[in-house]
Design a protein around this ligand. Structure first.
Ligand code: UDX
Length: 447
């Protein structure tokens, strides 16, 4: 929304949320205090805020005056009832639809921005049509493909924008209205229009394909570690095939983030709902492989630390699910830590952007042990050298650039020997570290 406001000064954009604290943070006079860390975003907000971009908790007023309403609430995986652990929880979507229906006095275009299971638009339409007071609504699907850490660049020059709508004349008019918004800065040939269901399914499919590439390359890391093959060389060799391409072939400790797992689980759930067991099993394997990769990384550390980490100090470099974000949702670090805590390790965490409270929240959210136990097992340290001091081993969980430039000799000198590094991102120069004296295990290469 901030980007739309920046690119379209003639359009008034109001972002509303029930959470007063969050809206207050978006309105903080110092734009560095906005609640999302994303390179370039504070500049975008600084430019548009107060001009044609507003943040408010007055949801009804904003709905009332809007011609177009974007629903951008979260749709987490259900943690209860039917579809638990797989289906998307559409509670917030439904509440939004009901509020829009109650407040609207004139016709509006409703845009699904949240990632939703296929056929959600029809549920929204049902609610709007049956609980509203006669206003007409057109529902569009407009999934977002930006990636965190590069959100501003991605929004500035997206590969494509996708808009799904009805084939009726009213549907086509609504599609055109949204096309006109994006056409303010995006070449028309990059704005694709489809029917609603194709648009909804394309979003799940795009994430499933991307995640599948990561699981595919990760599935081969184990084989590389057993043989003389090197996963980086394999990725480069296959990535030069123009049919395969080089992106999303970086081996890792496992993918995280708010989308991949959730969207695949959704796809699996929908397929099972229609009785398509083979389709569901096929995509579920991407998640199974990812879980395996996280567990395997933790188990490898335990094995290399002489089969016990009880009372041993292990330093985590990175907690975010990828670099350049403070988002930790589904981060591999959480699951690796949980596994090591189970084995009574002492974990010291350093992440350049993630706050201490978030790290404890992530561990507590798993519900594996009490909050006190998590606090006892994990310390969050604001200085990477302090975090590594006296450690038996270091694990690299996020590919933050700054890790590459540390004074590794100084870190080595402060650690217990043999000093071990488990590089879950193949980020560090293993040969250089070995020449200092470290024992290094990089993902997908024989140590
Ligand atoms: C993803 C999609 O890329 C984006 O289009 C969609 O809108 C939202 O979901 P995001 O989750 O922000 O974006 O990050 P992404 O860059 O896709 O990375 C997801 C995870 O995969 C991260 O944990 C990342 O570290 C991991 N990853 C990615 C790898 O392990 N290897 C790779 O080669 C690429």
């Amino acid at each position: 929304m901030a980007m739309i406001a920046k690119k379209c000064p003639h359009i008034k954009v109001t972002v509303v949320d029930l959470n007063e604290q969050r809206i207050a943070a978006w309105n903080d006079p110092d734009v560095e205090n906005i609640p999302v860390y994303e390179p370039g975003l504070s500049e975008v907000v600084a430019e548009a805020r107060g001009r044609n971009l507003f943040f408010s908790t007055d949801v009804d007023a904003a709905i009332d005056e809007a011609e177009m309403v974007f629903i951008s609430v979260n749709t987490p995986t259900k943690t209860y009832g039917a579809g638990k652990g797989q289906a998307a929880d559409l509670k917030w979507i439904e509440l939004c639809a009901r509020q829009i229906a109650r407040v609207s006095k004139d016709n509006k275009i409703i845009v699904e921005k949240s990632t939703l299971p296929v056929r959600t638009a029809s549920a929204i339409k049902d609610i709007l049509m049956h609980t509203g007071n006669g206003s007409q609504f057109q529902i569009l699907s407009n999934p977002e493909f930006l990636a965190e850490g590069t959100a501003v660049e991605d929004l500035d020059a997206p590969d494509r924008v996708l808009i799904g709508g009805d084939s009726t004349a009213e549907g086509q008019t609504a599609i055109q209205a949204l096309v006109d918004v994006y056409a303010n800065w995006i070449p028309r040939e990059r704005i694709l229009t489809t029917n609603v269901w194709s648009s909804e399914l394309s979003k799940l499919t795009a994430n499933a394909f991307l995640a599948q590439r990561v699981s595919s390359i990760n599935s081969l890391t184990e084989l590389c570690e057993k043989t003389e093959a090197d996963i980086n060389e394999v990725a480069r060799a296959i990535g030069t095939d123009s049919r395969i391409g080089p992106k999303f072939l970086k081996a890792s400790v496992g993918f995280g983030g708010s989308c991949f797992q959730k969207d695949i689980l959704n796809l699996v759930y929908i397929a099972r709902t229609y009785g398509l067991q083979e389709v569901a099993d096929y995509w579920e394997q991407v998640i199974i492989m990812n879980d395996h990769q996280k567990k395997r990384f933790a188990n490898q550390m335990i094995r290399e630390l002489y089969n016990t980490v009880n009372g041993k100090k292990i330093s985590f470099l990175g907690w975010a699910f990828k670099k350049d974000t403070n988002d930790t949702r589904e981060s591999a670090a959480i699951y690796v830590a949980d596994h090591l805590l189970h084995e009574q390790a002492q974990i010291m965490v350093y992440d350049p952007k993630v706050l201490e409270g978030q790290i404890y929240f992530d561990l507590d959210y798993l519900g594996t042990r009490t909050s006190e136990e998590n606090k006892k097992g994990v310390s969050v340290i604001n200085d990477p050298y302090e975090a590594c001091k006296g450690a038996h081993a270091i694990a690299v969980l996020t590919e933050w650039d700054e890790f590459k430039d540390y004074d590794w000799q100084k870190i080595y000198d402060s650690m217990l020997k043999p000093a071990k590094i488990f590089d879950g991102r193949n980020l560090l120069d293993a040969n250089k570290l070995r020449s200092i004296g470290f024992i290094v295990q990089s993902i997908g290469t024989k140590s």
